[in-house]
Structures are given as C-alpha cells and as structure tokens.
Design a protein around this ligand. Structure first.
Ligand code: SF4
Length: 414
C-alpha cells in the first residue's frame, strides 16, 4: 500500500473518514459504514442485511473497498457526494461534522488502520475497532425536528405496513449478536444511538452485560440519548466500563424542552436522570443540542443553566444546526442580526476560551458559537410554507408561551 499523508488525511482532507476503515455499523438491520450514512441503493440493499451474515463479508465488500479508495485518495466521487452528504453539508456551512469528530477521537489508531490495508483497500484483519448500533427506531419522544424513520412515536399502523425502514420491530436477534460477538470483543468504541432511544432498548444491555461477564470492559461506550430513562441496572452495568460518553439530545430547559421535544416525560425526570448519570465517575456528560428557530435565543440560557448546575464543564456543549423547516434560515433578517449580536454579547465577547475538556468536536464553547454565527449568516430558508403552518399550530396550541417567548416568530407568521 502506498504512503498517505497522515496530517492531511486527519486534518485537511475533504473525504477521509476513519469510520469505513475501523469497523461496523448496524443501521436499522443493515450494515453501513457509519452511523449517519445516507441511505442509498448501494449500501441499503439485501446484500447488506445483517441477518445471518458475518461482518467480514461486508467490511471487505467491493463497495467498502471503493469507498476507502476514494477517501484515501481525496477523490470526491459521486459515491462520496451521495453517501457522505450529511457531513459534506455540515462542512460547507463551516460546522464540524461527524467525520471530523471520528478523525479526532480515532486519530491514535490511524497508523494501525493504514497498516491493516491491502493494496486493493481490503482489510487484512477485520477486527472491529468501532461498532455502532441503531437497531430500531423505538422512541418515546416526538421531537419536532425528527421524523418517522428515527422515532416510532410518529408511526401510524399504515406506515408500519408500508415501509420496511420504518418498522420498529427491526430488532437484531440475540443469536446474531452471539454469532458475531467478536465484533464487541475487539471494539474499543461502541456507539448506541442516532435513531430510537437506546436506553429503552434492552439489546444494548444484553451486549454490555455479556462483555462485563467476560471482563472485556476496557472500552468507551458512547450514547446519543434523550435522558428520559435511567435505571439502577443500567447504571451498574455502565460503571464497569472504562469510559461512558453521553451526548444528550436536549435543546431547551423546562417548558422549552416540552415544546421542542414533546413527550410524556417531565423536565424534572430528565434532570434527575442527568444527576444519576453524572454520579458515575467514568462518565462524561455533554449536551448535543439541535438548534433552530425555536431555541436559537434560548440556548445561551440553557448553556448557563447546565454549567451552573455542574452538569457540564465549560466546553461540553455542541451546537448541531437544524437543516429542515425549523432552521434558523427561516428567521427574518433583522432577527438574525439580533441573534448574532446576542451571541457576541453573551458568549463570544464575554467568555475567555479555555482549551480544557473540549467538546465532542474539539471546539471551545466560544468557537462553537462563532461557527454557529457563521452558519446563521449563510443558511438559506427551508420549506417556508410548512414552517409557517407549523408555527401557527404551535401558536394556537401554546398561545401564552408563544407570545412570551416567540415574539420574534410572530411577525414572520401572522
Ligand atoms: S464522511 Fe460522514 S457520512 Fe461519510 S462515512 Fe464518514 S461520518 Fe459517515
């Protein structure tokens, strides 16, 4: 295998991503190169169905070899443009993406990964370093920015019949886990999330308890969670592992949380669960907030709330911009300018950035708000008519809250 420029690949390349070189992801019962890979015909076809298949066949498939070749040679092929479009979109708006995060936290394994490649970009050894599980879309929340594919709470009976990807029963059978258990033995990172709420899916505990029994606990377990559920049983299991990283999908405190992520869960339960989680010494808790029109003015208060409560350290806050109809791109120009000014006065010009305990994307909180400010300047509007319709319905459902907190939206919709 020829030599590749490590520094370029990890820090400057527009295509290189550690995920397709390091292992296995299960996205709704299909093998996939990473947790957010765009669902396209190449990868989401019967040949990549997990049921009964070993992971090695997938890792050394022609599609995976071609993907690695494009990535290592910085070739922005149609394949990459198609399947890596979420990361590309984030980068084009100046935001960090999952690719950047993966290249950061798996950088120590880069040399090992390159040495493990054959000339045809197949892997010599198919031991998995990073495994990721999105087994289903079973979720107890109906978040406004989410969809049927990622939360079963949106599904109707008809949906379940019509679309295999929407079926919440796409659970991987335990015997498949047992057959492929070497995946977990070698994984240094195990991720649960992206779709469905992992803590209400028993499968993940099955895997972790089996690892615990075999004393294979020298691992980092990463979760995307809505923090609505936590039990002593889960806590007892988690505390045995080397590191737990929680990326909490929370976009507002109190009533803001209820408005943005409707569910039966009380805000006090969320906070009680956070307190249970942060009581574990091996756990790092971060907020991974989806930010758009409904919370753009609230996130500074929310950030301060979490820091004051010692739930997060100064930099453990990631802004994940919303791209759909709830995007800040739908705010009026004068509102956007007001927002930029607000971030400058309350974060960017006020906080002295420290480089300790950087967030998931290795940014300080100041860098995070600076990046988001740049995003606001260039993000276009999206599905404006649908946005107005949804805001009108929110207005009629929660009039008092809306008038008090969303005055800046009223002029856009009335
Ligand atoms: S670049 Fe993004 S979409 Fe492509 S494999 Fe990496 S994380 Fe996934």
């Amino acid at each position: 295998m020829k030599n590749f420029d490590k520094n370029f690949n990890l820090n400057q390349s527009e295509t290189f991503c550690m995920f397709p070189f390091t292992g296995f992801r299960n996205l709704h019962g299909y093998f996939s190169p990473c947790p957010i890979f765009w669902r396209n015909e190449t990868f989401f076809s019967d040949k990549n169905k997990i049921d009964g298949k070993a992971v090695d066949t997938f890792l050394n498939s022609e599609d995976m070899k071609a993907l690695r070749k494009d990535m290592l040679n910085n070739t922005c092929s149609d394949r990459i443009k198609d399947v890596c479009r979420i990361c590309k979109e984030h980068n084009s708006k100046g935001m960090s993406c999952l690719r950047n995060a993966a290249n950061d936290f798996m950088a120590p394994f880069y040399d090992e990964v390159i040495k493990n490649l054959n000339d045809d970009y197949s892997l010599k050894n198919t031991d998995v370093l990073f495994s990721s599980f999105t087994n289903n879309n079973i979720c107890n929340f109906k978040c406004r920015m989410c969809d049927k594919e990622r939360s079963s709470s949106f599904l109707t009976k008809k949906d379940k019949k019509l679309n295999k990807f929407l079926n919440p029963n796409v659970l991987i059978r335990k015997e498949i886990y047992d057959t492929n258990f070497d995946i977990f033995r070698t994984s240094k990172f195990i991720y649960f999330g992206y779709s469905g709420e992992p803590f209400i899916t028993p499968d993940h505990l099955y895997i972790l308890n089996k690892l615990k029994k075999e004393n294979l606990t020298d691992k980092t377990i990463i979760y995307h969670t809505n923090c609505s559920y936590m039990s002593n049983e889960i806590l007892n299991t988690l505390e045995s592992f080397k590191q737990i990283r929680i990326l909490a999908s929370i976009d507002g405190t109190g009533d803001f949380h209820k408005i943005i992520r409707p569910s039966k869960t009380k805000w006090s339960t969320i906070e009680a669960n956070i307190e249970k989680m942060i009581s574990l010494k091996n756990l790092e808790f971060s907020i991974y907030a989806s930010v758009g029109a409904l919370n753009a003015f609230h996130i500074v208060d929310m950030y301060n709330h979490f820091v004051d409560k010692h739930y997060i350290t100064a930099n453990n806050f990631v802004i994940n911009p919303i791209y759909n109809f709830l995007t800040v791109g739908n705010l009026q120009q004068d509102v956007k300018l007001e927002l930029l000014d607000y971030y400058n006065k309350n974060i960017i010009d006020r906080i002295v950035p420290n480089k300790e305990q950087l967030n998931f994307h290795k940014n300080t909180i100041v860098e995070e708000f600076k990046r988001f400010s740049e995003f606001i300047k260039i993000q276009p509007s999206q599905d404006v008519n649908f946005f107005k319709k949804e805001m009108l319905s929110l207005y009629s459902e929660h009039k008092r809250f809306f008038i008090k907190n969303y005055n800046y939206l009223l002029k856009a919709i009335l």
